[in-house]
Design a protein around this ligand. Sequence first.
Ligand SMILES: [Zn+2]
Length: 184
Amino acid sequence: MATREILQIGNPILRQRSHKITRFDDALSRLVEDMFDSMHEANGIGLAAPQIGISKRLIVVEMPDDKDHPHPGERWVMCNPEIVRASRETVVGQEGCLSVVGYVGMVERAEKVTIAAEDLRGREFRVKAEDYLARAFQHEIDHLNGVLYVEIAEEGSVITLEELEKQAQEEGNEIGAEEPTMLT
Ligand SMILES: [Zn+2]
């Protein structure tokens, strides 16, 4: 197991457009293992390679293994992912980011997307996703284009986790009762 440091907002690598993957070799597979290890250690559900300082078009997503959750335990590795279709219908939902620790915000995303990507051997595949999973893919692909969610979040919606907790208490809700905050 090898975890790597997750870069934080302000690091210029997070603002770069990442490079296309052209070599599908053992080093790439090892990088993916490190990404899963780093993501698990940070309790995230998704991670993009630039978040650990590697400017390559590579993302991983792993849904919580929880039966109340859509796609429990599903694990995705995508090289060179592209959104080839996005629904006109959008949904606004809460997001957090492992590169913006301590904050959450509300982001409008396409409700459904189709992603075209390559696997670790360079074979193409397509995935249709909706809701939570579609949101995770869109958040990660933004990372590959140097975009952090705080830049596209609804105005004034980015708050600290303490503020979120306070709001939830005032409303008499438990945090994440309906949908857990995604950290990606
Ligand atoms: Zn993120």
